[in-house]
Design a protein around this ligand. Structure first.
Ligand code: RIB
Length: 296
């Protein structure tokens, strides 16, 4: 069984600010740091550091070569990362405030230049029973889901950042949804609802799919149609919440692939996310499995 993450690679420009810039305001930042990021890259890094043999597919521009190198250093196979000389790498402009919270502005760049030919070539190396992990930061997602489903791949979808395109995906072909309450509500077309009720409603809408609802500081909820489980967060001093959700996703899937009981996979993911929150940056903040195991 092989694991493919077809996802974004971003250059994250992180600006340290006293507060998030407001409409019409010009604000000076205190510091600028540049990090590897992108929901796709971050999730591949988490999988790689958790010990999963993972292939990352996606596209970058020339100036994003360090993103590919960073993936390689995290143990991720980059044979399916393409360099597009005429296109800029995707990037994110991130404000990081004194509470460790963030605001993110995305520029898709090469992440939005995925071609069907690239999808076909990449997927030709994968087949029945292999896992495909997706987020919503690349183009051609409907085609990727359709082709992967035809091959019998198991599809994990983290539909972030949620938009109309994600809502239009063939969601009945998804095996695992990992998403927050707002995203779950958008899929279901409801505005309010308790976390457990939302997870159950999503499970009923997509029978057979497994649901993981991430609730920020309130932990996470798992529902698979029969079993329901609630995971608390591990409290740490918050430095930067960027990539906490991606770390959770990568480590949770790593636990599933390692055939851990759901409770163990959720606990491991919560520990890994807590470590990420206690560090600055996205990809660079994601811990190794050894760090997760030693986390108190
Ligand atoms: O989830 C965090 C990520 O979102 C950042 O690394 C940024 O690149 C955006 O994709």
């Amino acid at each position: 069984m092989k694991v493919l993450n077809f996802g974004s690679l971003n250059i994250d420009y992180v600006y340290k600010v006293n507060h998030m810039v407001e409409r019409g305001e010009t604000l000076s930042s205190r510091e600028l740091c540049t990090y590897p990021g992108g929901k796709g890259l971050n999730q591949s890094v988490a999988l790689g550091k958790a010990g999963v043999e993972v292939y990352h597919a996606g596209s970058i521009g020339e100036e994003g070569r360090f993103l590919e190198e960073f993936l390689g250093e995290a143990g991720v196979n980059t044979d399916y990362v393409r360099i597009l000389p005429q296109v800029k790498s995707g990037h994110a402009i991130i404000q990081n405030d004194d509470n460790g919270d963030n605001c993110i502005l995305l520029y898709g760049g090469a992440n939005q230049a995925i071609t069907r030919e690239q999808v076909d070539e990449t997927l030709s190396a994968f087949g029945d029973g292999d896992y495909l992990i997706l987020q919503n930061e690349i183009n051609e997602l409907p085609y990727i889901v359709k082709k992967a489903h035809e091959k019998g791949m198991k599809i994990v979808l983290n539909p972030s950042p949620m938009d109309e395109k994600a809502l239009g995906l063939p969601l009945d072909q998804i095996d695992y949804f990992i998403l927050n309450e707002i995203e779950a509500g958008q899929i279901l077309g409801i505005e309010n609802g308790g976390a457990q009720d939302l997870a159950k409603a999503l499970g009923e809408r997509f029978p057979g799919a497994k649901i993981v609802l991430t609730l920020g500081g309130d932990g996470s909820v798992y529902f698979d149609g029969v079993k329901s489980y609630v995971q608390e967060i591990y409290k740490v001093e918050t430095v930067d919440t960027t990539a906490a959700g991606d770390t959770f996703t990568g480590y949770f899937i790593a636990g599933v692939l390692q055939e851990l009981p759901v409770e163990k996979a959720m606990d491991m993911a919560a520990k890994a996310a807590a470590i990420t929150v206690s560090r600055a940056g996205a990809g660079v903040a994601i811990p190794t499995m050894e760090e997760v195991e030693n986390f108190q």
